[in-house]
Ligand binder design. Structure first.
Ligand code: CP
Length: 317
């Protein structure tokens, strides 16, 4: 099944076959990781730019390693020391990078929709590395791949997302991808942090973690955004820990082979206990490793689509 996209802006836009194509493309890239030379020549001569307007450890580094393993030239723009601070607009920054012959621009921004604006104004391929509360598609794909690798299927699995669903772009991308692939999604958290219309996507809402966790195959724990504490969206950190921290005791009600996931960065002792984070059921570090292979697959598929389309894309998201 061909992947014929100019950009990767979100998983809402992709259909089941396109998601499956990405997942099916990951394994050969992952198999490179155990070789002494971990590189492939797929993106030789291509320029990949990381344009991050928000902090990142995992995603930025992971894209850089992924692009380098595909032999691309990689440039990291530190927006704090770029002409962005002199008032240059996003589109002008993008056009400047394109004038330098950037082929793929990876953008993270606090405003939802920013990657789409760049995609509409540039010929370069745009990858959304997280935009506001909207989407974080490569995180959704790496979570999906990690579940698929461990459970050998997605269809019919009971998957629980715990925490701040409202503000989480990771939750949105997980929900779009996993529901399309046939998983049964549950969310749990304080009522103020769960959008009610999420049931329209076939997601079941819970407010009681002990009920929500019963019989699930996967628990994906979201970071509590401590910066939201001022907005009074949850009572107090102490109460959050009491009601929603994923602990070994609570996990006893999940399936015995439950997978524990967290996109990072983790607040140990708040949304996840240390014993859970370090337990044999946790695949948090494997998510990070898989993130590189998934991003290699995404970079490869977008670059291949550019070649096929002669850089004249009609199927822009
Ligand atoms: N999971 C994730 O997006 O982490 P970073 O913010 O470190 O990139």
């Amino acid at each position: 099944m061909p992947f014929n996209r100019k950009d990767l802006l979100g998983l809402e836009d992709l259909d089941k076959k396109e998601i499956q194509t990405i997942i099916d493309s990951v394994k050969p890239f992952k198999s490179l990781f155990t070789r002494s030379i971990k590189k492939a020549p797929a993106l030789i001569g291509k320029t990949v730019v990381n344009l991050f307007y928000e902090p990142s450890t995992r995603t930025r580094t992971s894209f850089e390693i992924a692009a380098k393993r595909l032999s691309a030239d990689v440039v990291n723009i530190a927006t704090a020391t770029s002409s962005v601070v002199k008032g240059e607009s996003l589109i002008d920054t993008g056009k400047t990078l394109e004038a330098m012959k950037a082929d793929i621009i990876i953008i993270r921004h606090s405003l939802a929709g920013t990657p789409e604006i760049l995609a509409k104004n540039l010929n370069a391929s745009i990858i959304n590395a997280g935009d506001g509360f909207h989407e974080h598609p490569t995180q959704g794909l790496l979570d999906l791949y990690t579940i698929y690798e461990k459970k050998k299927k997605i269809e019919g699995l009971k998957i629980l997302l715990v925490g701040d669903i409202l503000h989480s772009r990771v939750a949105k991308s997980n929900i779009w991808a996993l529901t399309k692939m046939g998983a049964k999604l549950r969310v749990v958290g304080p009522p103020t942090l769960i959008p009610k219309n999420i049931t329209d996507l076939g997601v079941e809402i819970f407010y009681d973690l002990d009920k929500a966790i019963k019989g699930v195959d996967v628990v994906n724990i979201l970071r509590i955004q401590m910066e939201r504490q001022q907005e009074n969206l949850f009572p107090s950190v102490h109460e959050y820990v009491e009601l929603y921290q994923v602990t070994s005791e609570r996990l006893a009600n999940a399936k015995p082979d439950v997978l524990i996931m967290h996109p990072g960065p983790m607040n140990r002792g708040i949304e996840i206990s240390s014993s859970v984070a370090d337990s044999p059921s946790a695949v948090i570090n494997e998510q990070v490793t898989n993130g590189i292979a998934v991003r290699m697959a995404v970079l490869y598929l977008l670059a291949a689509a550019r070649i096929k389309q002669g850089k004249k894309h009609v199927n822009s998201n």
